[in-house]
Design a protein around this ligand. Sequence first.
Ligand SMILES: Nc1ncnc2c1ncn2[C@@H]1O[C@H](COP(=O)(O)OP(=O)(O)OP(=O)(O)O)[C@@H](O)[C@H]1O
Length: 579
Amino acid sequence: MLRVLKFIKPYRIAVFIALALMLTELFVELFHPLLMAKIIDDGILQGDLSVVMKWGGIMVGLSFVAFAAGIINSFFAAHVSQSFGFDIRRAMYEKIQSFSFANFNFFPTSSLITRMTNDVTQIQNTVFMSLRIMLRAPLLVIGGVIMALFVNFRLALFVLIAVPFLFFFLVWVMRKGSGLFTAVQQKVDGVNNVMRENLGGIRLIRAFLRHDHESKRFTKASGELQDKTVRALRLMEIAMPILLLVMNLTIIAVLWFGNIGVQNNNARVGEIVAIVNYVTRITGALSILSFIIMAFSRAKASSTRLAEVLEEEIDLVDIEQAKEMETVDPPHIEFDAVSFRYPGTNTTVIEDISFEVKPGETVAILGSTGSGKSSLFQLLPRLYDVDEGAIYIDGQDIKQLKLAYLRRLIGYVPQESLLFTGTVSDNLSWGKENATMEEMIEATKAAQIHDTIERLPKGYETRLGQKGINLSGGQKQRLSIARALIRKPKILMMDDSTSALDLKTEGKLLQALKKYECTTFIITQKVSTATEADKILLMDDGMLLEQGTHESLLKESSLYQKIYESQFGEEVSYAKTAK
Ligand SMILES: Nc1ncnc2c1ncn2[C@@H]1O[C@H](COP(=O)(O)OP(=O)(O)OP(=O)(O)O)[C@@H](O)[C@H]1O
């Protein structure tokens, strides 16, 4: 918990003021029964109205002071807890942004979302409550016992026995509760996960009539959350009746022995009223304490989950002497005996691959599904690090380069075109901040999407995604190509990004790309796309089987001939004889 509570440090002055105000409230609360005893014993029982008026007036005055202190305390408590929550969320966000994909493997997306929202809220609420009432409750208990002893030592002995017993009982409850609440937060992750998948795949669910199946999955996750929460709360709920039972027995004992005391002249009526009043206040404070203990058990579980993210070691960072280079021209790229396994797995998905790409060349990577094409792609922007071998840009090992510099060189078009909620121009300027209209149009014209955008209701200002227009698969692909081109990248990487385009549009696109001065990598399943490239890499099962130009492969590679034949049928024999 301390690991997370350090975020409160910048607000220590506000914390101090809040605590001082809380102590003012506490002071008034502790003095009230004492004043009451004085009014009863010296005023009412003696028939002296002036005593009643005097001490009654002081009581009312102090109540106003406590009231004002309470309101100002709430203000500071809210300020501190909200600012504290804001800072933790920001720190979590920054940390998650720096995660490598290996780090992401340990934290499912839904769990990260729960931690950023639900867990932070738990701690935020606990901080608010701490500043408002937490210290007040235990201090009221301790102060109440001391004051009761001061009023009538003998009668207060019952309180002195009951309170420590209840205190240790509540500590035991907290210990047990903490483990249960960790399980509750895990179940919240589970519900979030099902809901995320469900909303993301809603079209698929309807098309496959999987509503009942999904509904069962949701009911199961939600039921597990209910079950764990009920178990945790049950523990908390037994605490309250036990607390009330013990305190009521204490009150009965005080009244019983107080009565005997009054008859023997060992106690006064006002003292008994004051002690009963203290016991009632202590009971209230203890019940608040059990509530706080519940909140603390939750906050403890949540803070551990936050600390896990904040303290996660990032395994893909700049080395100490990481460099930037002068890159004016498209770079020369070399893969040298590269092998790679996904973190936490034993299967080699890229095995001993070597090839070179000259500056400005276009390379097509062709291979069956699952052959490792996308995995190979992710190694160049260092989304993952190679396990063996090295990748060089203009002769420089990419591990020696600053990550930010390396990634700035690259325009990446992923296999699934992901657009963000916002306008078309928002999505384009996501590739290059402050891009001008001319730059946008240049990129969209090259990506063959300009005319389509012009035809949208509000052109470049049309909203996409939720509450906006949904583009077709091919339109999305072209827009995400434009988003990469707008950066004027030195290295362009397209992961099967033309799969949804018809041959004519694709041809125009590939032609337009030639104007861009960059070294280009294109993953494709289509031979027609590969023929446009300067070099073709043929991959299978993580290995590079062949490499060469379209002509040389058609002549020498039986595998390439087979792929060519499967896509172009009879034309292959023509192609062979033509050579
Ligand atoms: N994040 C991951 N963790 C573990 N294994 C993975 C991961 N992503 C892919 N793989 C495995 O790596 C292998 C290569 O996958 P990859 O996505 O690189 O193939 P691909 O050639 O791009 O396929 P496709 O043409 O279908 O996109 C597959 O066996 C796949 O199961």
